[in-house]
Design a protein around this ligand. Structure first.
Ligand SMILES: *Cc1c(COP(=O)(O)O)cnc(C)c1O
Length: 497
């Protein structure tokens, strides 16, 4: 299967090349030229398999220049019980009520769903470098609103032929997240705080990627740029797996009948997670409506309501910081699927020049057939954390609360027949400084005290990687930040090391 750019042109690359390269030469994102099928017979077969086997099976449909045996090897290492110690495998489904189930994607080493892709991505990249015969080493540059950075650092540290550099904004990243990144071990890693918000950081990274001078500077030192952000197809493909896996698990437990449609609600930022659900659906997995759940930064909610995507608006930092985003990069892939390359190129040019674009009515109607947009403000998020714990004894993080709140909005308004699967994207303990006040109405100054008090209150054990943070050495000082315009200098300094 070959991959092409969302912005057209004649670049056409293999899956390994798409993964090694990250982004298309004309600035577009790689998309598969055609989609594989996932049939009911295959779903039946997948039910009897473990998560790594399911992953190898599904990934082999998209990553055709890897053998299924290779993929299975990667998946077994990435989704081992050691790395995902929760009960029920790497991506267990928790039944909340008659109508709603929760897909828990936070049992990995960094306690957020990014691990689902970023544990396997380094293997995919190493394989890609070998297969494509690329000379030189990958220099991974990543902008993070919190969770990606740590998950990428954990996945890539000490991987041969790879260097990884993570930029995070000083505004909107929690103390635990900062500590997770600044204590990262490994000889090939660099972590840089940037004085700005996530969009400043992401824009800076995108500019460096396409800057000819920066590319030349790296090439002269034996490196080429690669990305770990969800714009890389190697990030997206592994996310398709857990929707298939959840569907299989729900059949196995009798919650669903084969062929029965399942609605999905996804707390959304960069539109990567929910876009993977869309791909799974297009391949034939019986998914119904996809609820695109936003926090107070409701740019996608407004887009799905009006057809206008407009980033000229106030930016809010919220208690669900991984969704504080004004440019949802993967939306570009959806636009390509429903409006084609020429239109997509136009939208993106308009976004770059004026900060907004408007899609034609038929494109919007297409998007709305599959997606339902809803948003949840800060008070509603806190209230959802509290009421979910009171009603079901189930502890959720603020991102998951946004997903669940929007799911309830959808169910209330559309009265769907289908059952719904809400994606849970982070451990509540990763955001305890907001979870604890939401549960009790009380504030505590120290984030670790919030973890301890929440554990005492609920009896839910905090994940080991978070508890262990307290005793780790800080390697990258969170107070030594750079300005956005200094990011290129940071890259050069790390390349010279
Ligand atoms: C990254 C992230 C999201 C948003 O996922 P996208 O793929 O960017 O839409 C939601 N919740 C958490 C905890 C995350 O880390």
């Amino acid at each position: 299967m070959m991959y092409i750019s969302t912005r057209g042109g004649d670049e056409r690359v293999s899956s390994a090349q798409a993964i090694a390269q990250g982004i298309a030469k004309n600035g577009g994102l790689f998309v598969p030229e055609e989609l594989p099928e996932i049939s009911e017979a295959e779903i039946t077969e997948l039910i009897g398999m473990s998560y790594p086997e399911r992953a190898a099976y599904v990934l082999s449909k998209f990553l055709t220049d890897y053998t299924e045996q290779e993929l299975l090897g990667y998946a077994e290492r990435s989704y081992s019980a050691e790395r995902f110690p929760g009960e029920g495998g790497a991506a267990p489904v928790h039944t909340l009520s008659d109508k709603i189930s929760v897909l828990e994607l936070f049992h990995g080493p960094t306690c957020a769903f990014k691990d689902m892709a970023l544990q396997i991505m380094p293997h995919l990249l190493s394989g890609a470098l070998e297969k494509t015969g690329v000379k030189g080493d990958a220099f991974i540059l990543t902008a993070t609103s919190g969770d990606t950075g740590k998950a990428a650092l954990d996945g890539y540290h000490d991987v041969p032929r790879v260097r990884i550099m993570v930029f995070y904004p000083v505004y909107g990243v929690s103390r635990v997240q900062k500590l997770q990144m600044s204590t990262q071990e490994g000889e090939n890693v660099m972590v840089c705080p940037v004085k700005g918000n996530f969009d400043d950081t992401q824009t800076g990274v995108k500019r460096i990627f396409t800057d000819p001078e920066a590319n030349k500077y790296l090439a002269e030192r034996g490196y080429f740029f690669s990305s770990a952000n969800s714009i890389n197809w190697g990030r997206l493909a592994p996310q398709i797996v857990y929707y298939v896996s959840a569907y299989c698990d729900m059949i196995a437990s009798g919650r669903l009948k084969l062929g029965e449609q399942l609605d999905v609600s996804v707390p959304t930022g960069n539109f990567g997670d929910i876009f993977a659900a869309y791909i799974a659906k297009r391949c034939g997995l019986p998914l119904g409506r996809l609820v695109c759940a936003s926090n107070k930064n409701r740019i996608l909610t407004d887009f799905l309501a009006t057809g206008t995507y407009d980033r000229n608006r106030d930016f809010y930092t919220t208690m669900s910081p991984s969704m504080d985003i004004l440019i949802s990069s993967n939306l570009e892939r959806l636009l390509w699927f429903i409006a084609g390359a020429d239109a997509t190129r136009g939208f993106m040019e308009s976004l770059t020049s004026g900060g907004s674009y408007t899609v034609p009515a038929d494109t919007l109607a297409d998007a709305r057939r599959d997606f339902y947009g809803a948003s949840c403000n800060e008070e509603q998020t806190a209230e959802c954390i509290r009421s979910t714990y009171e009603k079901y004894g189930y502890l959720i993080d603020p991102h998951t609360a946004v997903g669940l709140y929007c799911a309830e909005t959808y169910i209330g308004e559309e009265k769907p027949q289908n059952k719904l699967l809400c994606v849970s994207t982070a451990s509540p303990y990763k955001f305890a400084s907001n979870v604890y006040p939401a549960l009790t109405g009380k504030k505590l100054d120290d984030e670790f005290e919030c973890i301890d008090e929440t554990a005492r209150l609920t009896g839910v054990t905090p994940p080991a990687p978070l508890s262990e943070l307290r005793s780790k050495t800080v390697r990258f000082d969170p107070d030594k930040y750079s300005m956005p315009e200094e990011m290129l200098d940071c890259v050069k300094r790390f390349a010279d090391k």
